[in-house]
Design a protein around this ligand. Structure first.
Ligand code: 0A1
Ligand code: ZN
Length: 882
């Protein structure tokens, strides 16, 4: 059995078992000697016994697949009986009573490291990834976030293979190694950090340099490193970085703290990007953008991820997490900050709608299925499996609710206190909440349930209007279904932002309100049942509740169609205007699905069909908002809403019918808008131009379905940017137009050799809702553009098929599940993280109708029974079946 410093077996790790390490590490000196056939690492670590720990207590260090060459203590070789080592663990039996140095030499083979954790090679360059537990694949260490040390890193490599040698902090030395073709660089990071924030990169890059002057007048060098030839595509990333740096100064008073801030873009990366101190490593997908190769959505993602990683410098790096259970402390908070930043850069409501769509499509199903876990979990088997929508997106919603409850000033005061109290240390959720409680005097004990209780609360609302008394009664009932390990739920604190919309569309006033805490335009529910009574309301109100999606709950409202139509055209809260349209469409889709299962067709209210055209034409609204408002719920949205006994084919039929109605009812309007939104003049990337493209492409989608198929091919051929080209291609392939094959072939030819763009080509094919798609996806796994070793390629083709193609992944014959399960088992040998993420596509299997459910279960059981599974895949498969 292998016990590392956390007492880890392959069993469950528990928050309740947290103990500090017996030894602290104050300093680390790393020496990387990179060669084409292998790497030698010498790590010299200074240990200090913590107060209260008995002298002679064994020192146990974590390792992972390590090859130990040598070990020395205070410079001298250690006798064989003084230590034991396996690839997973190093123990020094009786360390000295006083501070001591341990010098460990390991051999690494980055070329063969397909897990992309620790030191690996990508496009011929060397690169590290240490979060969460990758540092232990470089050397034996106390590899946990509460062990903070100061790092000095020397890198030596052949000059020709690695002209650039980078690590955290500031560069303090560099030069040639005399008499060789090698050179070196030495980096020193003065800020103590946990090992997961360590990074080292060496290789051949194109470097783009700029500068930033901080609010206090310090000059910071900004450097972006990309594959040679790609430098011209970094302008948007650099601009986003500068705007992020300024924003953190103005909004939070946080300045950057080193002399240089570097971003390196790599092709092989398990996630989006990584916030290593001073040396962010990015999946190149979130750095490179130009009009020919990136869509407007890609531009927004680059901006958001650059901001996210930069903001981690304070929320994550300067203040880090005590243990991995506290992951949301850095992630939820940093997502909240990047969302807020992006909201400031372009339309805030449009950004909010996009964030809520992401939350509902990724987090809600997670919270409703076997993989549900609290924002702060209390147990885990494999931490890599907890970089989830719950920790990130729901974690951000919790911070947003906190701000709603205590107000903007209280929130800023709490954040200031958080930075003042915890800078330079590793904190917990309790520490974080205490700052807001102390800064505002508000008791947050009950609010903390959002961190510890999983599942999405259901809030049912019923409305009673007494016209003669001018009284409105809103009855709220809060419940939550059981989730794994949590059979019984307590009521949460739910802030409901609201307005009472009057007949003319304006918000009505009231004289008195009782039944719950109401502060400004927020009702705070904190019990299972509330009757909130408004008195002195002068006209019949239509309640607009959960404005801006003020809490991550499922709100069920008894409103009738007329009320929703009223909100759809009048609510002054744009989020709820959008939401009202979606709710109306959803009702039609749910009855349409029921009808499709019994072979009937359902009548769709003509008022509903034409309401979409009316919003599309409403020029008082932002174009990007109009585009979202006419985009109907997709099949995953409907499946989630139905929740049990789901038949994806019936849902697809209902969606087809509603789309056809909306498209037919709106055709004249959509054609007019399509013409009006055509751009004159050259391409522009700004929000206004992007909004026009979004609206034009949203109406294109409707028109293509209403018979204007030729428009797709025409738009594809005329396109002078990727947003338009991809929208036209997607419409053609999704609808199955005769031109689709030609357009696909053209797209491939234009962009062959540009893997990020070819990913889009793979994605479009993987999402086509047709029976042939599975064979096509299978064939594409043998295409030269595909590589199972590259996470972006796998995600573009296979993960997109499993998560973005409801009818074909969930095929009634089970073939979609079988294919994905085969891929999971194959990928598990290469990269367990990627395999485990793909496997989580099965998370909603219990919601399916019985036949599909049986097929999915059989595949999960086949995976569980397979030999030599990684901990990552075994954990997801096991929990999926629990
Ligand atoms: N902290 C990063 C996410 C991240 C997590 C694990 C990784 O290793 C494979 C890489 C990145 C973020 O939130 O951006
Ligand atoms: Zn993050």
């Amino acid at each position: 059995m292998d016990l590392g410093s956390e007492g880890r077996t392959s069993e469950t790790i528990r928050l309740a078992d947290y103990r500090p390490t017996p030894y602290a590490i104050t300093e680390v000196r790393l020496d990387f000697r990179l060669d084409l056939d292998g790497t030698r690492v010498v790590a010299e670590t200074l240990f200090r016994r913590r107060d209260g720990i008995a002298a002679g207590t064994p020192l146990v260090l974590d390792g992972d697949e390590l090859d130990l060459a040598e070990i020395r203590l205070d410079g001298a070789p250690l006798p064989p009986d003084a230590w034991t080592a396996t690839p997973q663990r190093l123990e020094v039996r009786t360390p000295p009573a006083d501070d001591f140095h341990l010098t460990v030499t390991t051999w690494l083979d980055p070329e063969r490291n397909t897990k992309l954790m620790g030191l690996y090679r990508t496009s011929g360059n060397w690169c590290t990834q240490c979060e969460a537990e990758g540092f232990r694949r470089i050397t034996y260490f106390l590899d946990r976030p509460d062990v903070l040390a100061v790092y000095t890193t020397r890198i030596e490599a052949p000059r020709a293979a690695a002209p650039y040698l980078l690590s955290n902090g500031n560069r303090i030395d560099a030069g040639d190694v005399p008499g060789t073709d090698r050179h070196f660089a030495v980096w020193h990071d003065p800020f103590p950090k946990p090992a997961y924030l360590f990074a080292m990169v060496a290789g051949t890059f194109e470097r783009i340099a700029d500068r930033f002057v901080t609010a206090s007048g310090r000059e910071v060098a900004l450097e972006i490193y990309v594959e040679p030839g790609r430098g011209a595509r970094t302008a948007h990333a650099m601009d986003s970085l500068k705007r992020s740096m300024r924003w953190d100064e103005t909004e939070y008073g946080r300045e950057y703290d080193l002399d240089v801030f570097m971003i390196v873009a790599v092709d092989d990366f398990n996630m989006g990007a990584m916030e290593n101190k001073g040396l962010n490593v990015f999946n190149e997908k979130y750095v490179l953008a130009d009009s020919e190769t990136a869509t407007d959505a890609d531009y927004a993602h680059v901006e958001g991820v650059i901001a996210h990683e930069y903001f981690h410098n304070w929320t994550g790096n300067r203040i880090t997490c005590r243990d991995w259970f506290q992951l949301c402390l850095k992630e939820g908070l940093t997502v909240f900050r990047d969302q807020d930043f992006s909201g400031d850069q372009r339309s805030r409501p449009v950004k909010r709608i996009a964030d809520v769509r992401l939350l509902k499509s990724h987090q809600f199903p997670e919270d409703a299925g076997p993989l549900a876990h609290p924002v702060r979990p209390s147990t885990y088997r494999e931490i890599n499996n907890f970089y989830t929508a719950t920790v990130y997106e729901k974690g951000a919603e919790v911070v947003r609710m906190l701000k709603t409850l205590i107000g903007a000033d209280g929130f800023r005061a709490g954040m200031d206190l958080y930075f003042a109290r915890h800078d330079g240390s590793a904190a917990t959720i309790e520490d974080f909440l205490a700052c807001f409680a102390d800064a505002t005097g508000r008791d947050l004990e009950r609010f903390k349930l959002w961190y510890t209780q999983s599942g999405t609360p259901d809030v049912m609302v019923s409305t009673h209007w007494d016209a003669s008394a001018g009284r409105l009664r809103l009855t709220f009932d809060q419940t939550a279904l059981p989730t794994p390990g949590q059979p019984v739920k307590a009521p949460m604190v739910v802030p409901i932002r609201f307005g009472l919309v009057g007949p003319s569309g304006d918000d009505l006033a009231w004289e008195r309100v009782s039944g719950a805490e109401v502060a400004g335009d927020v009702i705070v529910l904190d019990g299972a049942h509330h009757e909130v009574v408004f008195e002195g309301v002068t006209a019949r109100p239509v309640p607009s509740l959960l404005r801006g999606f003020s809490a991550p709950v499922r709100l069920t409202l008894g409103s009738d169609t007329a009320d929703l139509l009223h909100l759809m055209s009048h609510d002054r809260d744009p989020f709820n205007r959008w939401q009202a349209g979606q709710a109306l469409a959803m009702r039609a889709l749910i009855s349409g699905t029921q009808a499709a299962r019994t072979g009937q067709t359902v009548e769709i209210d003509p008022a509903l069909a034409s309401a979409f055209a009316a919003v599309a034409a409403d020029e008082s609204l932002d174009t990007a908002f109009r585009a979202l408002a006419i985009t109907l719920p997709n099949d995953a949205d409907v499946a989630r809403e139905i929740g049990t006994d789901v038949d994806p084919d019936a849902i697809a039929t209902a969606i087809e019918q509603l789309r056809a109605r909306v498209a037919t009812a709106g055709r004249a309007t959509f054609r007019r808008i399509h013409a009006e939104m055509a751009s004159s003049g050259p391409y522009r990337a700004d929000a206004e131009a992007a909004g026009r493209r979004a609206l034009r492409n949203a109406v294109l989608d409707h028109l293509v379905r209403a018979g204007d198929g030729d428009l797709a091919a025409q738009r594809y051929r005329q396109a002078d940017n990727m947003t338009d080209r991809l929208a036209a291609l997607t419409a053609a392939v999704t609808v199955g137009l005769p031109s689709a094959e030609d357009l696909l072939a053209d797209f491939y030819q234009r962009f062959a050799g540009d893997p990020l763009v070819i990913d889009k080509w793979l994605m479009v094919q993987a999402t086509a809702p047709r029976a042939e798609t599975l064979d096509r996806v299978r064939a594409l796994t043998a295409h030269p553009a595909f590589a199972a070793t590259n996470p972006n390629r796998v995600r573009a083709l296979i993960t997109t098929f499993a998560t973005g193609n409801q009818t074909q992944f969930n095929r009634a014959d089970g073939a979609g599940f079988a294919f994905v399960a085969d891929q999971v088992l194959m990928l598990d040998r290469i990269n367990p993280q990627v395999a485990a993420r793909l496997l989580s596509a099965f998370r909603s299997w219990r919601a399916l109708e019985p036949r599909r459910r049986a097929y999915a279960e059989a595949e999960l059981k086949r995976i569980v029974a397979a030999p030599d599974l990684s901990r990552d895949v075994a954990d997801i498969a096991g929990r999926s079946l629990e």
